[in-house]
Write a protein that binds this ligand. Structure first.
Ligand code: ATP
Ligand code: MG
Length: 558
């Protein structure tokens, strides 16, 4: 499959085909207003693919002054739960959208039932006693027409009686179904007498034990749209073969003519999005939960440090396509980086420390400490400055010093100079090693004339970050990488287990030393660890130890 990235994906500059359809419908007077819906099944947590659909449905309605309903497609009581309902509502709000109405397909069970009787009375539906297996066999194949059920020609009276008794609970699960009577030789397999109702003796999360027959997706979806006067029912591409059936029910029942439009579902590299697989990852502890920061769920990427702004921007950048494609994960990351770069506070954090001692330190005011002025966010002058304590004992990144550096190494080296960010220029005078040859201390002198804002400015090639050894605070870092090693997770051969492609290094943990101001950050969004990446404080933080999740690096890691 073609992989689209920032350069090749459709951008929001051009009108997309849905915008064109809506504008035509409004101009022609076919519709006077736009009504869309987002129809999740409450059987799992929402993921970034749903976010795309949410941005599209809510975004289009907003754009044209219309409204969007949230409708839970709760027609299968076996897999559904209020836990999911609550999380779905929370996630949509977090993304920045609000629905006009909160509806449930189950709100319409009475109406759907009445319409089923109407179809029976019109000779367009019948009760079938065949087993699931017999029905499947009778359907035929794409090449071969199906055969009529032996129960297909029951009288209207008999069908009505049986259907009412199905509803009354007289029959066992699987013993009978209600089917539409269309055409067992129809070229579209979905038209070969599709199932309308099945018997499931199971309590429903909203209707309790009122019903023991439940409508099928194809029978319910279009009619629910119609009841709510949905003008543009937007769904993913795989439903295009269902559209004629969607229209068939609406036409036969003579109800509000909702229409279905399909767009390509969002696929991301290194990511699985099927709820079944995500559930399996959670249930079998491959991840810590639905909100594990490696999960593509909305609660997962939120915990990872993603912002609603970055996701909405991503959805707009990806655009709407009519052909299936695969979006580069780096595009999602770059949308986050773009947002955080503008908004997040900067702090210095050393992840792999080596001690640096300033041997000619002059205690300026006798307290032993001096403060440097750090700009909180160079992209936002309003963000102000922070005071960073400086002293004669510091930590720097081990990787910022090299004893035998290559030519273009502009950080610290023996005899070389470097600027400590927001502070003085220092010069490496001596390196202390332990008995095994590991560097344990770098001894430097500082040039007191080079503090920014005082003395005389002179520049050196390299600038490195640091923390004061006496003031720094220990924090814990969780460094996340992509969850899978294979870019096209949809392209895994049939029979091969997707779990074989789990990235064993998707989580690496370590401690780090931070400047004290980090612990006081109340911005609520991810912060930038300078020269490193974006990190967000995790809910697992305690009073003694803050935990930070790595959202993304400063540059694309791909
Ligand atoms: P799954 O197949 O993983 O269970 P689903 O599509 O059945 O997911 P629903 O809760 O039925 O999940 O989806 C609600 C809405 O979100 C539907 O309109 C669906 O088309 C849309 N949607 C789901 N996955 C994606 C995706 N990857 N890209 C865009 N839209 C999606
Ligand atoms: Mg679905």
């Amino acid at each position: 499959m073609e992989v689209l990235n920032k350069e090749t994906s459709e951008t929001a500059v051009k009108k997309n085909f849905l915008e064109e359809i809506i504008e035509n419908d409004l101009a022609s007077g076919k519709h006077s207003t736009v009504m869309t819906r987002f129809p999740p099944e409450p059987n799992g947590y929402l993921h970034i693919g749903h976010a795309k659909s949410i941005c599209l449905n809510f975004g289009l309605a907003k754009q044209y002054g219309g409204k969007t309903n949230l409708r839970f497609d709760d027609t299968n009581p076996v897999k559904e739960d209020t836990e999911y309902v609550d999380s779905i509502k929370e996630d949509i709000h977090w993304l920045g959208f609000d629905w006009a109405n909160e509806f449930y397909a189950s709100d319409y069970f009475d109406q759907l039932y009445e319409w089923a009787e109407q179809l029976i009375k019109a000779g367009l539906a019948y009760v079938d006693d065949q087993t699931q297996e017999e029905i499947r066999k009778g359907r035929g194949t794409v090449q071969q027409p199906g055969v009529n059920s032996p129960y297909r020609d029951r009288s209207v009276e008999e069908n009505l009686d049986l259907f009412r008794r199905m509803k009354a609970g007289e029959f066992e699960d699987g013993s009978k179904v209600l089917r539409a009577k269309i055409d067992m030789a129809h070229p579209n397999m979905l038209f070969r007498d599709p199932l309308l109702y099945r018997i499931i003796h199971c309590s429903h999360h909203r209707t309790g034990d009122k019903w023991c027959i439940y409508p099928m997706y194809d029978y319910a979806h279009g009619q629910c749209d119609s009841i709510e006067h949905i003008t543009h029912s937007i769904c993913t591409l795989e439903f295009d073969v269902h559209r004629p059936l969607y229209d068939w029910f609406i036409e036969k029942l003579g109800i509000f003519p909702s229409h279905q439009y399909e767009f390509a579902r969002l696929n991301l590299t290194y990511t699985v999005m099927s709820k079944r697989k995500l559930l399996e990852l959670v249930k079998n502890n491959y991840v810590s939960g639905w909100d594990d920061p490696r999960m593509p769920t909305i609660c997962g990427i939120r915990r990872r440090g993603y912002t609603p702004e970055s996701i909405r921007n991503f959805a707009a950048t990806v655009g709407v396509a009519k052909r299936d494609n695969l979006i580069d994960l780096s595009l999602l990351e770059s949308c986050l980086r773009e947002d955080l770069n503008k908004r997040s506070n900067r702090y210095m954090v050393v992840t792999d420390p080596v001690k640096l001692v300033i041997t000619n330190w002059k205690d300026q005011d006798g307290s032993g400490v001096e403060y440097c002025n750090g700009v909180c966010n160079p992209e936002d002058p309003q963000a102000g400055t922070r005071a960073i304590p400086f002293g004669p004992e510091l930590y720097i990144e081990r990787a910022d010093f090299m004893e035998e550096p290559p030519k273009k190494f502009f950080r610290l080296k023996p005899g070389g100079e470097v600027r400590l960010k927001y502070s003085y220029i220092i010069k490496c005078e001596e390196v202390i090693k332990d008995s095994e040859g590991n560097i344990i201390e770098i001894r430097c002198t500082y040039d007191p004339d080079t503090k920014p804002g005082t003395g005389t400015w002179r520049s050196v090639k390299g600038t490195i970050h640091w923390v004061s050894a006496t003031h720094c605070k220990k924090v814990h870092l969780r460094l996340y990488d992509r969850l899978f090693t294979q870019a096209d997770m949809g392209g895994i051969p049939e029979g091969e287990d997707y779990k074989n492609f789990l990235n064993p290094d998707s989580l690496v943990e370590c401690d780090a030393l931070a400047e004290p101001a980090l612990l006081q950050d109340i911005s609520g969004i991810a912060v930038q660890f300078e020269r490193n990446g974006y990190y967000i404080k995790d809910k697992d933080s305690t009073e003694d130890l803050l935990v930070f999740n790595k959202a993304t690096g400063l540059k694309s890691s791909f």
